[in-house]
Design a protein around this ligand. Structure first.
Ligand code: GDP
Ligand code: MN
Length: 384
């Protein structure tokens, strides 16, 4: 779950990182009032989940009320790489002596948290990594011990931070690591981490991603998801407790078990099709659950055909078939003409397929193997 800059800064402040006071607003008038409150000069910043806002014209300094209004007018509603700006963050502008970079993330291949620090801040870090990798300090942290102050001092020193701000940078790194750890973040990045002319170290930007699966441990963070920018079908699925991820293709997919759904996506792609979604129905087999899943799949207008891939284990195929028949009764009444391919295999699969056959549902094709089902659904989607 990606956070907007100002939300990330709220988390930073909670852990003692220095940030500027500001206001998040959605109208030009509120932006002007906010600017008057925080005091000029202010910076008007587009709040969208994409980097490079500065270069795109989404970050502007305003010396007075007239400029604040002008910038808010321009930035609100602006399109930045496909993201419409609905909120701007107004903060008192900082004086900058130097721009550094700092981040904490999980290095999956090393199975350790990774702290990255560079004195080449403000620019894109990928560029620094490419052009001057020696200016990037990468430090793996022992997850059980955490990041000690001594380590943080060493990182700042090795990275070449000005000697009078080594302590300030080390404090910021320790606080950033605390944000990453305690908020269950997958990424906590500051670019730029600035040094002011008064030699204070401060986070001028914030990029934080939280682990959605750990959100239940942080009730105070649950309001942070940017539901405006979330896919509406994915949001609905989340509310219903269904594992659904929208994809770009036209073949709706449902399976029971995440692994089976993943391999179904692969098999459909191998057969020349493009999956429209990932949907794990879990162990559920009753009609209401199947109906709910079908509704989610069909809410995506791009879907031309649907593949149900069910492997009967504890959930028996005859139960699933009955669930499907009941659900299709409802769907049929809704007038859907989308073809379904149903593959039933595993416990009681013969009975399950028999039930489906007897029900003689229009637009429903039974298949026995995964390959057969995939080829059939790709053919039906192409014909639609
Ligand atoms: P990004 O372009 O999306 O990464 O947005 P940032 O928040 O990093 O802002 C981009 C750039 O705008 C920064 O690197 C700074 O150079 C500049 N900037 C942002 N806030 C301030 C500020 O308070 N004062 C000054 N002088 N420059 C700022
Ligand atoms: Mn930035």
């Amino acid at each position: 779950m990606d956070l907007l800059e100002y939300q990330g800064k709220q988390l930073f402040a909670r852990h003692g990182l220095e940030v500027s006071d500001g206001r998040a607003v959605t109208t030009v008038d509120d932006a002007v009032s906010a600017a008057n409150e925080v005091g000029y000069p202010v910076v008007v910043k587009a709040q969208v989940l994409i980097g490079g806002r500065g270069k795109a014209g989404g970050v502007k300094l305003a010396a007075d009320e007239r400029e604040a209004r002008e910038h808010a007018q321009k930035i609100l509603g602006m399109d930045i790489k496909g993201h419409t700006v609905r909120t701007v963050w107004i903060e008192h502008a900082s004086d900058i002596a130097t721009e550094y970079y700092a981040s904490v993330l999980l290095d999956r291949s090393a199975k350790q948290p990774l702290v990255i620090f560079s004195v080449e801040g403000g620019v894109e870090i990928e560029q620094v990594a490419e052009e001057s990798p020696e200016k990037l300090v990468r430090h793996h942290v022992d997850a059980l011990n955490g990041l000690s102050r001594e380590e943080a001092v060493e990182i700042a020193t090795r990275g070449g931070a000005d000697s009078d701000v080594i302590d300030g940078v080390a404090d910021a790194l320790v606080a950033l690591y605390e944000v990453w750890l305690e908020e269950d973040a997958t990424l906590a990045e500051i670019n730029p981490l600035i040094v002011t002319p008064e030699r204070k170290v401060k986070a001028l930007d914030a990029k934080v991603s939280l682990d959605g699966n750990a959100l239940y441990r942080h009730p105070e963070n649950q309001g942070l998801s940017d539901s405006e920018n979330e896919d509406p079908i994915e949001r609905r699925a989340k509310e219903q407790g269904v594992q659904y991820v929208k994809l770009d293709g036209d073949i709706g997919i449902l399976g029971n078990g995440a692994g089976l759904v993943m391999s179904t996506l692969d098999v459909v792609a191998q057969a020349g099709g493009a999956p429209a979604n990932f949907l794990d129905a879990g162990g559920g087999s009753d009609a209401a659950k199947v109906k709910q899943a079908v509704d989610l799949i069909l809410a995506n207008d791009a879907v031309k055909a649907v593949l149900f891939n069910i492997f009967g284990g504890i959930t028996r195929c005859d139960e699933v078939a009955n669930g499907l028949i009941a659900a299709f009764g409802d769907i049929g009444a809704g007038g859907s003409s989308i073809p379904f391919v149903v593959r039933l295999d595993g416990t009681n699969d013969v009975q399950g397929r028999e039930l489906l056959q007897k029900a003689n549902l229009p637009n429903v094709h039974a298949a026995r193997t995964m390959n057969e089902a995939a080829e059939k659904v790709v053919e039906l989607a192409a014909a639609a």
